[in-house]
Write a protein that binds this ligand. Sequence first.
Ligand code: SF4
Length: 377
Amino acid sequence: MEERVTEGPADTTEGRAGAKPRAARELTRRVMVGGVPVGGGASVSVQSMCTTKTSDPAATLSQIRGLAAEGCEIIRVAIPNAGALDGFGEVCAMSPLPVVADIHFDHRLAIEACRRGAAALRINPGNIGSFERVDAVIEEAGSASIPIRIGVNAGSLDREVDQRRDLSLPQKLVASAEAFVRHFEERGFRDVVLSAKAHSVPTTLATYRELSRRLPHVPLHVGVTEAGTLRQGTVKNCAGVGILLEQGIGDTLRLSLTADPVEEVRVAWDLLSALGMRRLHPELVSCPTCGRCQVDLIGMAERVSERLQGVEAPISVAVMGCVVNGPGEARDADLGVACGRGQGLLFQNGEPIRKVPEGQIVDELFREIEERYGSKA
Ligand code: SF4
């Protein structure tokens, strides 16, 4: 898939006098999840998680392929019990994406997942039971040369930290995460990615900012967890993750939604595109309409948005309500239309191409798009 990489977000870390300041994500250590680089200035990668069971490898692989087609780059699957390991090896062998095994409580599952082809593990060391068991996982992952994501979660903090009354929730998450990272590093295991998730946006921001400050070398997996269904979850993730990314924090992301995981991937790309960091799909620029508009612009924009799903090139397409401000407001769009009474003016990069009757605007716009950029079909 073609990707458009545009100007990144503002950098926040202090550089030497006269030197360009470097974003926090450029300072993290690079870890490879399969063939996908995470950290060390790599592009922020998009992750999601299967809702299928690995004991049904056909269903799981089908879902992974669908997510890959939407731009997912790393996929995670749950391994809740020994039965989940049955199809896991087949999933790893056939998956077009690196597969991360998500394991809680039972370190033996993590060890076995390493042996069956996991590209990475995700564990919460706080619920593995003991450091001896965590160390056994570290040793196996080291032998398999795969990274481990230390995934701390506000809902499952280890008991000792959780009971401390002197710490706020972000401080508990940071204390827990930092202790785990130090433990891994003391054992010589450095292929670590870190997450410390909460459902609250302010908690997420405070936690990740502090993690980035205290552990600047550790790549961060960012996301707002248990964020809710499509609309609320999108808002919470885009607020929390968007602010962090804009501040240079975050090396890979998963935007948790109570929805089809395809939506997580779509929203993730929309967020990266909105931040000017990465664009994989076409972007629609459409005005909010006002008293100057003389067409059904909302209906037209929805039809254009739907048909843009059939276009692979990461272009921007503008649908504007009037010729007074339309082309000027959407000068950066690759192609667009500015509507007037009974007709639309097609334009490219703000310059007029030709006028078309109102009833043919969408078809003519797509004739121009497909001539220049083709379609998926
Ligand atoms: Fe109003 Fe025209 Fe601007 Fe749309 S492009 S908001 S119709 S002035």
